[in-house]
Design a protein around this ligand. Structure first.
Ligand code: UDX
Length: 458
């Protein structure tokens, strides 16, 4: 099938490359001409295991192409994915400027052949109808209407557009996005008509085993609003699950219990499950904070206060703060202290620092008068310093720890658990180790003479 993908961020690039890998003809479009030019040369703007290989392979065999021309994608694709960013505004609601521009732009280039326009960006519930309206607006070019994102198009459109809007949320995790795209737990399609569902079934034929072998994968077909809600509900549930275990960790710390043993045991209950029960220094990333806040904001828009989700958010804020509190307890005065931070990415196997708990902790420490020296194996030091110019970035973990009054582990990169803890002890000025991800061996750390403080562990 001929597929267009508008927006080459994490979701767009991974989706486009994986669809090309199963035999579709995919064109990925982005406004950023420099990014497109680099992608054409096989340069991937993000750290995502396996992605570079797929992009280079599918580009070489001609199934994946990159362009900065929206018209080319809108005219030449049977299915057009909208995968542009929807960042959070200050009030928690998502900024839909890019979605609006793209939907109108697509509309202005439709030529009467049937198209399926797929919302893959996480958009508020009800956006399917809104996108339909924008595409129609773009197509009709009502007199006096301004078409954002479609410069130069101002004449009345002669053809009645034939299209359907579908919601097809993604559930991929950064760091394993390619694997997740090929091995999803389910594919969700929110649509209002059979024709659109049939097109989407054909698109995902590789994933859905043909009858009579039976389906290997649940294909969930819903109405538009339910599909949009599924994405939010999934992320809100996962974020709440982590905030729940973090709250259990805080009680464990006070009563002298071990949250890891608690998580193992409650996780054996099939109704609960062990995944996403790792207590730590709070969750971050480009999805959970944005999506939970957006759901709270949608609730408010409809006169409902999401009490549980607000608690999920506030437990998370307190969890990040607890790292600073632990340092204050150990060091008393923070002014003039040097604190080393291991890990800046919001989780391992990604270079993403959006809403990274590590950066928030670093920012607080700088504000409290500390000198912060960080290390991350993947996040480029210039990008880290752009966020927080006062922070120093070291080239290796032991260099970051040199003469530090305390070390805080904020991302559980595997290389940190391989470091010789006696060598670490000798590098530190004071032997304080705050393991914000419970990823180091507590007994070995203590044996090496370190004061080990984990999360929810006695
Ligand atoms: C998440 C969802 O998992 C994915 O389905 C959705 O499409 C996008 O949002 P992602 O943001 O890539 O994916 O990261 P995820 O692996 O879910 O982790 C999110 C945050 O939770 C990280 O900061 C991580 O460190 C934290 N986390 C995760 C915990 O603190 N404890 C856990 O047990 C799991």
């Amino acid at each position: 099938m001929r597929v267009g993908v508008i927006g080459t961020g994490y979701v767009g690039l991974v989706t486009g490359a994986c669809l090309a890998a199963v035999g579709h003809r995919v064109r990925c479009m982005d406004n950023d001409a420099l990014k497109i030019e680099r992608l054409r040369r096989g340069v991937i703007p993000i750290h995502e295991p396996g992605l570079e290989d797929i992009v280079q392979r599918t580009s070489a065999n001609g199934s994946l192409e990159f362009t900065a021309d929206l018209a080319e994608v809108a005219r030449g694709s049977e299915i057009i994915f909208i995968t542009v960013g929807t960042p959070s505004r200050a009030d928690g609601s998502p900024d839909l400027t890019a979605v609006r521009a793209v939907a109108r732009g697509i509309g202005s280039h439709l030529d009467g052949s049937y198209r399926v326009i797929v919302n893959k960006s996480t958009v508020p519930v009800g956006s399917g109808n809104w996108v339909r309206m924008l595409v129609e607006e773009g197509a009709r070019q009502l007199e006096g209407a301004t078409v954002v994102g479609a410069p130069g198009v101002s004449t009345a459109h002669p053809v009645e557009p034939a299209f359907d809007v579908v919601s097809n949320p993604e559930f991929l995790r950064e760091g394993s996005a390619v694997w997740d795209t090929f091995n999803p737990d389910r594919i969700v399609i929110g649509a209002e008509c059979e024709q659109a569902v049939a097109v989407m079934r054909e698109l995902y034929a590789h994933w859905i085993a043909p009858e009579p072998l039976g389906r290997a994968l649940p294909l969930v077909v819903t109405d538009l609003a339910s599909a949009e809600m599924i994405k939010y509900a999934a992320n809100a549930f996962l974020a709440t699950k982590i905030s729940f275990v973090n709250e259990m960790a805080n009680i464990c710390e006070r009563v002298g219990a071990d949250v890891q043993q608690v998580a193992e045991a409650i996780g054996l209950d099939k109704r609960i499950g062990r995944a996403f029960l790792n207590a730590g220094a709070g969750w971050g990333g480009s999805c959970f904070p944005k999506d939970v806040s957006a759901l709270v904001s949608t609730g408010r828009e409809y006169g409902y206060e999401c009490a549980l989700l607000k608690a999920t958010l506030s437990v998370n804020e307190a969890q990040k703060q607890s790292v600073v509190e632990k340092l204050q307890r150990e060091l008393r005065i923070l002014k003039g202290r040097t604190v080393a931070i291991w890990g800046l990415a919001f989780k391992p196997h990604t270079d993403d620092i959006r809403c990274a708990p590590a950066l928030e902790v670093a920012e607080q420490l700088v504000a409290l008068g500390c000198r912060v020296v960080a290390h991350d194996p993947v996040v480029p030091s210039e990008r880290a310093r752009e966020q927080l110019p006062e922070m120093q970035v070291a080239a290796d973990p032991l260099a970051a720890a040199a003469q530090a009054d305390a070390l805080v582990v904020m991302t559980e990169w595997p290389l940190y658990s391989e470091i010789d803890l006696s060598v670490l002890r000798r590098r530190l000025r004071q032997p304080i180790l705050i393991d914000g991800r419970n990823c180091l061996d507590a007994a070995a750390a203590r044996a090496a003479g370190l004061t080990y403080i984990g999360v929810g562990r006695p």
